[in-house]
Design a protein around this ligand. Structure first.
Ligand code: ZN
Ligand code: ZN
Length: 244
């Protein structure tokens, strides 16, 4: 059975994240109400985060729901152009740990560390070309995938509008690099409802290259778990071209 994008939600935050309001149990109940086949419980981490074992224990203690797979993850930003990730040094990925690391473009991965959108706009105004910025972002994203191994790209390209760039400025070779690296490293790529990204061109290119695409709402409260409109359109466009 092919599980469609909208039958799953691979990016749901709980109260373990500062900016989210629902407990894992509330999110689980919402996923059950929405009839999802799977939910990935995900919270924000940084290098200094220590709560991950407690978070995993809480998720593991949730009641089992027939037909609903519960997965876990942590979301971390790309720290710099080399693709370093903002994760605790003792993070366990795989058995006994989180299932995947979600790789997030919360800041621009500059050569000397992460740049805020304002700093990035200043660099662009001072002569960094849009193409060079795009290439740096794509290269850092690919390096982060190599480092994470079987990660998940969270809201790919959500940073672009914040730094005055647009997905239309991506070269085909940028999409090819991301697709090839994702396939080789077993990285899944979200189609993200909250940020409405990546756009149709990237979704179709990634799907055609065999990338495992997953639906995500990036919910910060239970009421939006598994609730899709933009992603549902992307899923039907994908079917129309027979990409999968
Ligand atoms: Zn994020
Ligand atoms: Zn998130």
């Amino acid at each position: 059975m092919i599980v469609d994008l909208v039958d799953t939600d691979h990016h749901v935050h709980s109260t373990w994240s500062d900016d989210a309001v629902s407990t894992p149990a509330e999110n689980l109940a919402a996923a059950q109400r929405a009839g999802l086949a799977s939910i990935r419980m995900v919270d924000h981490v940084r290098v200094g985060t220590t709560y991950v074992p407690e978070f995993l224990a809480e998720v593991a203690a949730l009641p089992r729901v027939d037909g609903l797979e519960v997965l876990t993850g942590v979301e971390a930003k790309i720290l710099d152009a080399s693709g370093r990730l903002d994760v605790p040094a003792d993070l366990v990925v795989g058995p006994g740990g989180v299932d995947r690391v979600l790789i997030a473009d919360h800041q621009f991965p500059g050569p000397d560390g992460s740049w805020s959108p304002r700093r990035t706009l200043e660099e662009l105004a001072a002569g960094l070309s849009a193409q060079d910025a795009m290439s740096m972002l794509v290269q850092a994203t690919c390096s982060a995938m190599e480092r994470a191994g079987r990660g998940q790209l969270a809201h790919l390209f959500s940073l672009l509008p914040k730094i005055g760039l647009h997905e239309s400025e991506l070269l085909d070779e940028h999409l090819t690099a991301i697709a090839d690296t994702a396939v080789r490293t077993g990285t899944t790529v979200e189609v993200n409802e909250k940020w409405r990204c990546p756009g149709p061109r990237a979704v179709l290119a990634l799907a055609a290259a065999g990338v495992d695409l997953v639906g995500s709402t990036d919910s910060h409260e239970a009421s939006t778990v598994g609730s899709y409109s933009w992603v549902a359109e992307a899923a039907s466009a994908r079917r129309l071209v027979g990409a999968r």
